[in-house]
Design a protein around this ligand. Structure first.
Ligand code: HEC
Ligand code: HEC
Ligand code: HEC
Ligand code: HEC
Length: 485
């Protein structure tokens, strides 16, 4: 599968395999333990409290062989091999089960040495994202990012969720009713793009919670860059199938499927909303400096040419109203949002453009002005998010969205690595949306895979990124998609 950063991913699978060996032993034990635990858990006293007082029960409580711990996914309602998928070796789908184990690998040791934080596997600075969130470590850290990190603490719904599955003559209706009951008992409504995006960006961007933020200092110590696109990353880690009963259970409409264009658009809005929100808090500064994590990395990390014939390493960017010589905000999601707004919420598009420009400009004034402008821009972003969340997108919209992302006014803003990477992930997601909505066949999409792969290749290595080469390969990917119309 092609991803946002193929090279890194290939390297990583080796590291992941190394840490998986002990992990497998842990899970063999967990599986044996699971049935006993399942019985115990239902009667267990509160073992850990989340922020809202909800109780976490740990991965073992989901892993029963009649629950989500089956070896093969042929369950009548859900696959039931979710545990196996969650810990699948050498795939991005298994990344969350390994999230704690990677804190003991060489890269983590290197990061920890640079930061002087001792054992990273015990450091809150890392555990906030590399273990089950919000648990004050009352579930085993070895769980990594466990089921409840995303599905919500199960204390209040595990028993009712488990009880009586498959006893009713109308299983679809029964499962829908149970799902609604579970939701009101605290199961997260992950089929809802707004809810899902909020859950993922806690770790795939950062949050105000303790230990859920990668500062520039952590990046400089050796942490990988965090890139994220909600729909693409959802499919990379998916352990479920959208069959007929899924639509009924989740949306109350048989056969209804996830709207991938909507998922993408809501993901863009959520990511920048989170970024702007944190920028306004004390996370927005570090010492006497702004927190560099919020900025475009490559506006600082460049070569200097001090010679008779000066060389400009920056490119003009009409979306950034900034004087030359100042670092820009990371606007990767703002660019995508500008494209989505033109198509899906035109009434807000001009406001978005004006407030984006005002925000960039305010950054050259002082922090108070930048914070005020961020607050304004946030309001527009929030309005866009609800506009996207309350409409649906067709296969034709997906084509129009590719046009919007590649339109001149948008593509002249791809002057930096992150924005360009986001654009490639965007067209990849939109192509997949065309396939899942039936507008494009699987075969036709496979036929232009090499064009998409070339666009990915041009954003693989940040140091080798060249805007003009990116524009060329991105242009051919977009033309190849256009030809499928
Ligand atoms: C805001 C959440 C967050 C925090 C805090 C965080 N990480 Fe990460 N970390 C991530 C995410 C997300 C990835 C995956 C990045 C990607 O692939 O896009 C990751 C990836 C990594 C990787 C590469 C994983 C691999 O498979 O080799 C290492 C190593 C790592 N983190 C170590 C650390 C250490 C050590 C700390 C504490 C100093 C830390 N992280 C803090 C979110 C976080
Ligand atoms: C990184 C977040 C994340 C983690 C960790 C995670 N899931 Fe999921 N899971 C999702 C998302 C997103 C979906 C798709 C949306 C939905 O159907 O809820 C999903 C879907 C499912 C479904 C299908 C639901 C349905 O009604 O069809 C099951 C079952 C499931 N997960 C079980 C588990 C189990 C068991 C674990 C732990 C072994 C786990 N998940 C870990 C995010 C996660
Ligand atoms: C509690 C923190 C946390 C949450 C919540 C979370 N993730 Fe992750 N995710 C991580 C960490 C940490 C890694 C890196 C682990 C590693 O490399 O071993 C990761 C890795 C991944 C990867 C693999 C990336 C790669 O480059 O191989 C995907 C895909 C992913 N997450 C998707 C999601 C999605 C989709 C959601 C929301 C439904 C989500 N995650 C929620 C912490 C989290
Ligand atoms: C405002 C300027 C600025 C921005 C923006 C910025 N950095 Fe840095 N970066 C620095 C400075 C200054 C150092 C410290 C160099 C030193 O310690 O000698 C540094 C160091 C680093 C290092 C350590 C490398 C080395 O050679 O020591 C890494 C890695 C790094 N930054 C990554 C990033 C990433 C990733 C981003 C974007 C999320 C980013 N930087 C954004 C200014 C910046």
């Amino acid at each position: 599968m092609t991803t946002h950063a193929g090279k890194e991913r290939a390297d990583r699978s080796w590291a992941a395999f190394a840490v998986l060996v002990p992990k497998l032993a842990v899970f063999a034990a967990l599986l044996l333990f699971a049935l006993a635990v399942a019985a115990f858990v239902f009667a267990a006293p509160a073992r850990s409290q989340g922020e809202s007082g909800a109780r976490y029960t740990g991965v073992a409580s989901c892993a029963g062989s009649t629950c989500h711990g089956r070896m093969e996914g042929d369950g009548t309602v859900v696959r039931q091999d979710e545990l196996m998928k969650w810990q699948e070796p050498s795939t991005p789908g298994g990344a969350h089960s390994r999230a704690w184990a990677v804190l003991s690998n060489n890269r983590s040791q290197f990061i920890a040495r640079n930061l002087g934080i001792g054992d990273p596997a015990k450091a809150q600075m890392c555990l906030g994202c590399h273990s089950t969130a919000g648990t004050a470590r009352a579930v085993p850290a070895e769980d990594g990012v466990g089921c409840e990190s995303c599905h919500g603490p199960a204390g209040a719904w595990l028993a009712s969720h488990y009880a009586g599955v498959g006893t009713n003559a109308d299983p679809d209706r029964e499962m829908r009713a149970k799902h609604l009951a579970n939701l009101s008992a605290g199961l997260k409504k992950l089929e809802d793009p707004v809810v899902r995006a909020g859950v993922c960006v806690d770790c795939h961007f950062g949050s105000a919670a303790d230990g859920q933020f990668v500062t520039h200092r952590i990046m400089a110590a050796g942490h990988p860059r965090i890139s994220f696109e909600l729909d693409l990353f959802s499919s990379l880690q998916a352990h479920h199938q959208e069959d007929a009963d899924y639509g009924w259970r989740k949306f109350g409409a048989a056969g209804r499927r996830t709207d991938h264009v909507q998922m993408w658009a809501v993901g863009q809005a959520t990511a920048i909303e989170r970024s702007l929100a944190l920028f306004q808090t004390r996370r927005g500064t570090e010492g006497m400096f702004p927190e560099f994590y919020f900025l475009d990395c490559h506006s600082c990390h460049r070569r200097i040419f001090d010679q008779a014939k000066p060389v400009r390493t920056g490119l003009d960017n009409p979306g950034r109203n900034l004087p030359e010589g100042m670092p820009a905000y990371n606007d990767e999601n703002l660019i995508m949002l500008a494209a989505a707004a033109r198509l899906a919420a035109p009434a807000l598009a001009d406001q978005l453009a004006a407030r984006t420009a005002a925000f960039h400009k305010a950054m050259a004034t002082d922090r108070a002005s930048a914070v005020a402008a961020a607050a304004q821009l946030s309001q527009t972003v929030a309005a866009l998010k609800s506009a996207f969340a309350s409409r649906s997108f067709s296969g034709a919209d997906a084509f129009a969205m590719v046009d919007a992302i590649s339109a001149k006014a948008i593509s002249e803003r791809y002057t930096d690595y992150s924005g360009s990477q986001q654009a490639v992930m965007g067209v990849d997601t939109l192509l997949n949306a065309m396939v899942s909505s039936g507008r494009v066949t699987v075969g036709a999409a496979a036929g232009i895979r090499s064009d998409i792969d070339r666009a990915y290749a041009s954003v693989k290595d940040p140091n080798a990124y060249k805007p003009s080469e990116f524009q060329a390969s991105f242009g051919s990917a977009v033309r190849a998609i256009g030809a499928l119309r």
